[in-house]
Structure formats: C-alpha cells, structure tokens
Design a protein around this ligand. Structure first.
Ligand SMILES: *[C@@H]1O[C@H](CO)[C@@H](O)[C@H](O)[C@H]1NC(C)=O
Ligand SMILES: *[C@@H]1O[C@H](CO)[C@@H](O)[C@H](O)[C@H]1NC(C)=O
Ligand SMILES: *[C@@H]1O[C@H](CO)[C@@H](O)[C@H](O)[C@H]1NC(C)=O
Ligand SMILES: *[C@@H]1O[C@H](CO)[C@@H](O)[C@H](O)[C@H]1NC(C)=O
Length: 329
C-alpha cells in the first residue's frame, strides 16, 4: 500500500527517459554531429530555385536567451509573412552530440514565444527549425545557437563600496559563465545612483571615483555581460542589489551635532535652571500631604486619627457601669 503511489512516478520517469532516448537515437541526420557552424543558417527547400521568403535576417526575428536559472526563452516574430503562409516552429537542443526534441515546444504562431526549463540537460547548442509553407511549397530554415551566445549572466557578486581618502572605491568579483571564464570577456556597468549615465568598464574588477560629494548618498549597483571580443551580442544581466554608501553623510551628521548640538544642549540646561529658580520665587511650593496620610484621609479615618478608638471604648463602659449602679440602687 505504501509503495503504490511511487510506482506511477517511477514508471512515468522511466517512460520519459525511454522516450528521450528513442528521440535522440531516432535522429539519423544528427544535426548535433554535423559540422555546420553555430550561427549559420541551413536552408532546405522543396524547390531550390524558389525561396518564398528572404530569411537572411532571421536573427533579427528570433530572440533566444538562457537565463541563470536555466530557463531557455525563445521568441520570434514573423508578422511580415504573406497572408496565406503557414509557419511551423520547433525547438530542439544538443546535449553533447545527442539531439533532444521538445514536441510541446512546437508552434504554428507567427508571433510567439516558448520557454523551457533545462534542468535535466546540459545544452551545448540550441536548434530552431522554421518551416515556412506557402501552398505546396515549403522552405525549412535551421538555425543553431551556441549556448555561449544565449547566456545571460548573473549580476556581479561580492560588490563592495566604501569611501576612502575622499574617493569612492568599488570592487567586485569575476562573473561566472557556463562557457568562458576569461576575465577579458566581461564588460560591466556601474550605476552610482547619482543620476549620471552608468560607467562602463571591461577587464577590470575595481574602480575608484576620485571625487565624491560628501553630502550625498551613493546607491551602487552593477550589471555585466560578455564583451564583443568573446560573443557577438550579449544581453546585460539583471542589476545587482544596490549598496548604500553614506559613510560621509554620517560624518557630516557627527560634525553638525558636535558644532551645533552641544552649545544648544548647554543653553537649554541653563534656561531650565533659571526657569526653575524663577518659578520658585513666583509660585512658592504648595505643601502636599505625603502618600500615607492621603490614604488615611481617603478612608474616613479623620475621626479615629484625633480620637483613638481604644480610649473611646472604656468611656462608654464607664457610663454603662454608672447606669447599672443607679438601677441596682
Ligand atoms: C520569455 O519571453 C517572452 C517574450 O519576451 C516574455 O513574455 C516571457 O515572460 C519570457 N519568459 C520568461 C520565463 O522569461
Ligand atoms: C522539427 O522540424 C524539422 C524540420 O521541419 C523536422 O525534421 C523535425 O522532425 C521536427 N521535429 C518535431 C518534434 O516536430
Ligand atoms: C514543412 O511543412 C510542410 C507542410 O506541413 C510539409 O509538407 C513538409 O514536409 C515540411 N518540411 C519538412 C522538412 O519538415
Ligand atoms: C565571493 O566571496 C566569497 C566569500 O568570501 C567567496 O567564496 C567567493 O568565491 C567570492 N565570489 C567571487 C565571484 O569572487
């Protein structure tokens, strides 16, 4: 009974693995093993002479990115295609030299997008097929993307910013890339929150802003991408979290409080003392009964206070005795 729920999961994962293996092995003309260079476009057509659409600019119409979370996102826009044209898009990847197809990532939309979590696969190449059909004629465009071209980096890590000798020193760690970790590959943008356009650097891991305004607060954040010397086009990463540098402001605050605060406090104390003496002369203190007497007053012990009970009771007894004596006589 306890094992029963595990079986369907086990079976389905086995089936998925099996299906993936079949898909990969069934691919005879293995696109992952051929020598077509990444970022070349392979064109196959039903009639060699007649291409229905000029697709030279396919890289402007298709946009794929691989995020640090291993999410692959592709979007395309063929909205300029002729009215009756049909479009079939399908997406596959190369995991090593095996191709993996994703049937649920095929589409017939002329403008569309698909995203895919690549948790089980290590993608070396992304392959997109676009079959464009007009009446009985078709053309298939196959484009390959190296994962290096698609990668969006994580923002720089270990950013530190501090004010030293009147300048702002910012340092950061080398970004991590799936493909290259050559320090010369990376470009950086530094935004100091001072309303100026971000500063751009490459190949360096620190920057010193020589003149800083001691009265302002700096909110330092950075982003990175691969430089054109390594990849033709690379998307900027997200911005890092902003670091707030306000050490100088704190110093100013201390100086202001020392130069203004202390005399003010002394003045206030002096005024208070003088005021107390003046008020003693003008309004002499009204005597107030201490707390323990107040307690007595509130409980109507006024009488008992002036005529203590023990003395009152014998007086009554005495009168009674006198009466008794009169009666007996
Ligand atoms: C993928 O790209 C499309 C179009 O740019 C966007 O709407 C969608 O939110 C993106 N998906 C992810 C997971 O980033
Ligand atoms: C994707 O398209 C190509 C070219 O049209 C085709 O050879 C391949 O079988 C298609 N794959 C899927 C899963 O539809
Ligand atoms: C392209 O699509 C057409 C129409 O669906 C189909 O006949 C043709 O075989 C497809 N071409 C390839 C290479 O898959
Ligand atoms: C960031 O700092 C941590 C701890 O000091 C270190 O382990 C890590 O390698 C650093 N990362 C980078 C990219 O410099």
């Amino acid at each position: 009974m306890k094992l029963f729920p595990a079986h369907p999961i086990l079976w389905s994962s086995l089936l998925v693995l099996f299906a993936l293996q079949i898909e990969a092995e069934a691919d005879i003309s293995d696109v992952c093993q051929d020598t077509m260079a990444a970022d070349d476009i392979d064109v196959q057509s039903s009639s060699v002479q007649e291409h229905h659409v000029e697709m030279d600019n396919i890289y402007e119409k298709v946009y794929c990115l691989l995020y640090p979370t291993n999410i692959l996102n592709c979007s395309w826009s063929f909205d300029t295609l002729q009215q009756d044209t049909q479009l079939f898009v399908n997406i596959s990847i190369c995991d090593g030299d095996k191709s993996v197809q994703f049937p649920d990532l095929s589409s017939e939309e002329k403008v569309g997008s698909r995203s895919l979590a690549l948790h089980d696969h290590k993608m070396s190449l992304l392959i997109l097929h676009f079959n464009i059909t007009l009446y009985d004629k078709w053309t298939v465009y196959t484009s390959k993307y190296d994962h290096n071209m698609l990668e969006v980096l994580s923002p720089p890590q270990n950013i530190s910013a501090s004010i030293k000798d009147g300048g702002l020193l910012v340092t950061w760690g080398l970004p991590h890339s799936r493909a290259d970790n050559d320090p010369f590959c990376f470009e950086y943008q530094l935004d100091m929150g001072d309303q100026e356009t971000p500063k751009e650097f490459s190949e360096q891991l620190s920057y010193r802003e020589p003149k800083v305004d001691p009265s302002s607060t700096y909110r330092v954040r950075m982003r990175t991408r691969k430089g054109s010397q390594c990849v033709e086009f690379s998307q900027w990463s997200e911005w890092s979290h902003a670091l707030t540098v306000e050490q100088s402001k704190l110093n100013n605050l201390v100086i202001v409080s020392i130069s203004l605060g202390i005399p003010m406090i002394l003045l206030a104390v002096l005024l208070l003392l003088r005021h107390q003496r003046l008020s003693k002369v003008l309004f002499p203190p009204i005597p107030r009964p201490p707390q323990k007497y107040k307690h007595f007053l509130e409980k109507n012990y006024t009488f008992n206070l002036f005529h203590p009970t023990p003395s009152a009771e014998p007086a009554e007894e005495i009168t009674e005795v006198e009466d008794m004596e009169q009666k007996t006589l």
